[in-house]
Design a protein around this ligand. Structure first.
Ligand SMILES: C[S@@+](CC[C@H](N)C(=O)[O-])C[C@H]1O[C@@H](n2cnc3c(N)ncnc32)[C@H](O)[C@@H]1O
Ligand code: SF4
Length: 301
């Protein structure tokens, strides 16, 4: 059913449609973009957590709980960005980098440098709450070769007009920016494909976690934290399981490490038996089917 958001917005909106569109868009990148390097499927989605601070505290996000995700103001250095660039180039990465993670990426003062550098080896998407944006910033991010700017609108439909004016003034192509309606109520899961962030947050109408459920996440993606720590997936908000640190090893070596293999094998067989997986309720099979198939063939032989 198409519903109107709060305050009679100028256009009919449906939170489920926004979520579906987002998943379909990512399917093209994650599933169709699969490529092999040294006989194994490369990740097609890497999330970066550039900075450990956010200017908001959304009730469905672990950032709203200081005990779980305090603002530490730690941020990724240019040296680390350069190393990501070099490692991805070496492994002929063909996927997307998503600048999102455990904070608000546009609060990093080197954001233009970061996008400029990383866009030489990858598609770069920025996921933002939109607060730090103005038309000049949109222009700068576009000129730095950002592939997409995804703006999460948490306040209400009045934000559509505000951002559309900014986009017009910045004179960037309309499809450069995706505006996502996320101002809905708890009953509608805030318009977000809500997860418990691996047992971290309980709100909305979430499904319980089931430890006998397949998950493809480690087959196609991982997250790099501000200090180079690589985490199994962006659901691990309590940073329970590090796969390694990319300042000490190359990204590809961590990707094919014994520890990653252990998680992949368990999760491909539906065993959410280790931390953080045993507390996680994320639907793990929405993306990554082609990677999963390839890893299964590799591990069988
Ligand atoms: C943590 S935010 C970081 C980027 C930026 N601050 C923003 O809000 O867009 C990344 C994404 O996670 C989403 N998110 C936050 N809490 C979530 C939860 N419990 N389940 C699923 N998605 C969540 C946000 O809506 C956003 O799209
Ligand atoms: S969802 Fe984004 S804007 Fe909201 S608190 Fe989390 S990091 Fe901040």
């Amino acid at each position: 059913m198409i519903k109107l958001g709060h305050n009679n917005p100028p256009i009919a909106l449906d939170p489920k449609e926004t979520i579906k569109k987002n998943i379909n868009r990512r399917k093209l990148i994650v599933d169709d973009g699969i490529s092999l390097f040294k006989g194994v499927p490369l990740p097609t989605w890497i999330e970066l957590s550039l900075i450990d601070v956010c200017n908001r505290a959304c009730s469905f996000c672990p950032k709203s709980d200081d005990k779980v995700a305090p603002d530490t103001y730690q941020k990724m250095s240019k040296t680390l960005i350069d190393k990501i660039h070099d490692d991805l180039k070496k492994m002929k990465f063909k996927g997307s980098l998503a600048l999102a993670g455990y904070g608000e990426p546009l609060l990093h003062k080197d954001i233009v440098y970061i996008v400029n550098k990383l866009s030489k080896v990858s598609n770069v998407e920025i996921v933002t709450n939109g607060d730090p944006l103005n038309y000049k910033m949109i222009e700068k991010l576009y000129n730095a070769n950002t592939a997409r700017l995804l703006i999460s609108m948490y306040d209400g439909p009045e934000q559509i007009e505000k951002f559309k004016k900014m986009i017009k003034k910045a004179n960037v192509p309309e499809d450069f920016i995706i505006l996502r309606d996320r101002w809905y109520t708890k009953d509608e899961n805030f318009g977000v494909k809500l997860t418990n962030r691996a047992g971290t947050i309980k709100t909305g109408n979430q499904i319980p976690n089931d430890t006998h459920t397949i998950c493809y996440y480690p087959s196609y993606q991982f997250l790099i934290d501000w200090n180079g720590d690589i985490f199994l997936c962006p659901q691990d908000w309590q940073r329970r399981q590090t796969m390694g640190n990319m300042m000490q090893e190359e990204i590809f070596d961590i990707w094919i490490s014994k520890l990653m293999k252990k998680y992949r094998v368990d999760l491909l067989a539906g065993r959410r038996c280790n931390n953080p997986c045993k507390s996680c309720n994320a639907q793990g099979t929405l993306l990554g089917i082609n990677h999963a198939q390839k890893w299964r063939e590799i591990y069988k032989s």
